[in-house]
Write a protein that binds this ligand. Structure first.
Ligand SMILES: N[C@@H](CCC(=O)N[C@@H](CS)C(=O)NCC(=O)O)C(=O)O
Length: 330
């Protein structure tokens, strides 16, 4: 029998959970390997960068970066497709995936490593997952190391005492919009998952398993919590919907993307171009300040490329213009 795909990942890594959920949906045989000291040599043979997920193909090729991994596998195994059928809906799905990867990650990462209760729970979970056979003393030592390393990284995503109430408000507003949208459907684009569900659902699944974000979500948006859990084992339960049926509750999410994520990512790219150490931007709720993040500029360039390819479709152009999105991507 052929070797299955191998996914080196972590339950605490949204991008790993995203790729695993995709493999499950496609029904592709795979072996999930929680990355840790026990498999470091095997991992290093395939990983160019020290990140998860790292996927190893049956031919022994190492793949990294969740979006290109999914694009590559989707090209080889197109059924069941994760792309809604119209150009508009496909672009929106790609946009929401990117938005989840970038903005959703900020919301999750800040909360995971900000309050003490989250730091302690997350560091312990990571320590236990990565060294399942370690004794209590070794786990505690590892957890202390993880906590120190990860809390030192918060500023990369803009985590700071000044931004904390803003970021919590961004999270709560997003949950309210998603709750309304998911009230009557199983996935973001209908009765089957699209690329957007994999990217966005994974970030919010990580929110769900953390103390602060999980409590907020369970209290405020139980339908979103159900969706996050559903995305662990997504199913094809029917058709994608049309824009007309999605629009009443999806349009407000697009307006949110145009009001928060896009101005932020454009300001981030501008700060990088100008070589600034920090940038400030007026977002709903107040001025938000953070150091620029390199990876996001790449993601914005990719979004602009996809927009350029999609916007000659008149329906796509009109919806993106009305939502205030086109102005940031043109
Ligand atoms: N853009 C990458 C991001 C992957 C990533 O940032 N992975 C994190 C975990 S979620 C990681 O491995 N970080 C290195 C570390 O924690 O040492 C993707 O989409 O796969």
């Amino acid at each position: 029998m052929a070797e299955p795909y191998v996914i080196f990942g972590s339950e605490m890594s949204p991008y790993s959970v995203k790729v695993r959920s995709y493999f499950r949906y496609k029904g592709l045989a795979h072996r999930w390997v929680p990355r840790g000291p026990d498999n470091e040599a095997e991992y290093r043979r395939h990983a160019r960068l020290p990140i998860v997920p790292t996927v190893v193909t049956p031919e022994g090729e190492g793949l990294q970066d969740s979006t290109p991994i999914i694009e590559r596998i989707e090209a080889a195994f197109p059924d069941p497709t994760i792309h809604p059928p119209t150009r508009l809906l496909r672009f929106l799905s790609e946009l929401i995936e990117e938005f989840g990867d970038e903005w959703g990650n900020k919301l999750m990462f800040h909360h995971r490593w900000f309050a003490e209760v989250d730091q302690l729970a997350s560091a312990q979970a990571l320590a236990r997952l990565s060294a399942p056979r370690a004794d209590a003393g070794a786990v505690a030592e590892r957890a202390a190391m993880v906590r120190e390393r990860m809390t030192g990284r918060g500023h990369f995503v803009g985590s700071s005492p000044a931004n904390a109430p803003l970021i919590t408000a961004y999270y709560e507003t997003l949950l309210d919009l998603l709750e309304a949208h998911l009230e009557e459907r199983r996935y973001l684009f209908g009765a089957r998952p699209a690329l957007a569900d994999f990217g966005h659902g994974a970030q919010l699944f990580e929110c769900l398993i953390d103390p602060t974000c999980g409590a907020i979500m369970r209290g405020r948006a139980p339908g979103v919590a159900d969706w996050c859990l559903r995305m662990n084992e997504p199913r094809n339960d029917g058709a994608f919907e049309t824009w007309a049926s999605l629009a009443p509750t999806l349009s407000p999410l697009l307006t949110y993307i145009a009001g928060y994520f896009l101005p932020w990512t454009v300001a981030n790219a501008r700060a990088l171009e100008l070589g600034e150490d920090s940038f400030a931007i007026d977002l709903p709720g107040g001025t938000y300040v953070q150091p620029p993040q390199k990876y996001h500029a790449k993601s914005l360039a990719e979004l602009r490329r996809k927009y350029a390819a999609a916007s000659d479709d008149s329906e796509t152009a009109a919806v993106l213009r009305d939502a205030g999105i086109a102005a940031f991507l043109a």
